[in-house]
Design a protein around this ligand. Sequence first.
Ligand code: ADP
Ligand code: 5GP
Length: 202
Amino acid sequence: MKKGKLFVFSGPSGTGKGTICRELLKNPDTWLSVSYTTRAPREGEEHGVHYFFVTREEYDRTVEENGFLEHAEIYGNCYGTPKKYALEHMAAGEDVILEIEMQGALQVKAAYPDAVLIFVLPPSLTELRNRIRLRGTETEEQIDLRMKTTLQEIELLEKYDYFLINDDLGEAIETARCIIRSEHCKTAGYAKSLIDRYKEEE
Ligand code: ADP
Ligand code: 5GP
């Protein structure tokens, strides 16, 4: 059976990563990793669905046990991708999607060079601010802080395998699907088994 791949989506807050990833999950062979976090749940967030909301002690223990694919501290809170489930889903042939920030994405690439890093960009900074405002999850002060870090984040673009500009949502989703499909057409790691399949037929 073909193994699933690891696709990592990052980009500044409000660019539309969550919206795009939700669409990708409509493919039943795709699984979204749920992270551990030490931050408090926001209204409407559910344990095990949006995050596993854990204590600092549980987070530290998981770090010590090498239980994260990657982990990072962001805006004063800790986040990590549990390793076990992601590896199990990939072994079962599913593509695993991580929606994480850049420090974590680069850790994943260092540990798993086959992971595919995708950077989601906004059409402009003005539009990004509008979208965050419309989403209504941040105060103006928090938006200012997030906008300040946006340019620093975009500087890391070169370290990513792909970018996609989320202007028209439908097009951005289609581009994301094309990237995933193309990655599954790479010969690396599959050439021998494919050749064997044709040879067996003879
Ligand atoms: P992120 O996960 O990157 O923080 P979200 O997926 O929460 O971003 O999107 C931020 C806001 O922008 C949401 O209100 C979402 O509905 C909206 N949005 C996402 N993509 C588009 C798009 N292409 N055009 C207009 N609004 C969008
Ligand atoms: P929020 O607190 O707004 O849900 O997330 C803050 C940032 O943490 C977002 O950029 C989000 O993508 C990122 N994030 C969520 N889970 C993880 C994770 O497991 N690892 C890393 N490195 N970042 C994460």
